[in-house]
Design a protein around this ligand. Structure first.
Ligand SMILES: [Zn+2]
Length: 132
């Protein structure tokens, strides 16, 4: 799935960053993965490890430690301002699956637990980013 592509772009970003700073060691990196991204963490971690070894062989860039942190999804209602988490909603497995593929699908399945509005923002839990 997309775990490999994601891992590849992360390693590539780190390699480029190290190169631009004339470093060959990156001590530690935190990779934040949004809950809505629907990533298989085990596959992702495996891919990162493999590609990290490749970065060392091909570019002589050593990425010492990485940690994957899952960011929980949260939402804010545009009508009443209420904030809630994905865990607070009862979703079918099917709905969860759809949301993992298309976070925007959340609007079809989730509504504000307080006022029932479907008009809300996704505050956190989307995308993948790197924290150094
Ligand atoms: Zn509301």
């Amino acid at each position: 799935m997309h775990e490999w592509a994601l891992a590849e772009s992360i390693i590539l970003t780190l390699v480029e960053k190290a190169k631009s700073e004339n470093k060959n060691v990156i001590e530690s990196v935190e990779i934040v993965v949004g809950e809505l991204q629907g990533i298989d963490i085990e596959v992702f971690e495996f891919a990162l490890n493999e590609l990290r070894n490749l970065a060392k062989e091909e570019n002589n860039i050593i990425i010492k430690n990485f940690r994957i942190v899952e960011e929980k999804a949260s939402f804010r209602c545009n009508r009443c301002g209420y904030v809630w988490k994905l865990d607070d909603t009862s979703l079918s497995a099917e709905a969860r699956e759809s949301i993992h593929f298309i976070p925007e699908a959340a609007h079809g399945f989730i509504q504000c637990p307080k006022c029932g509005s479907h008009d809300f923002e996704i505050v956190s839990g989307r995308g993948v980013y790197i924290r150094l």
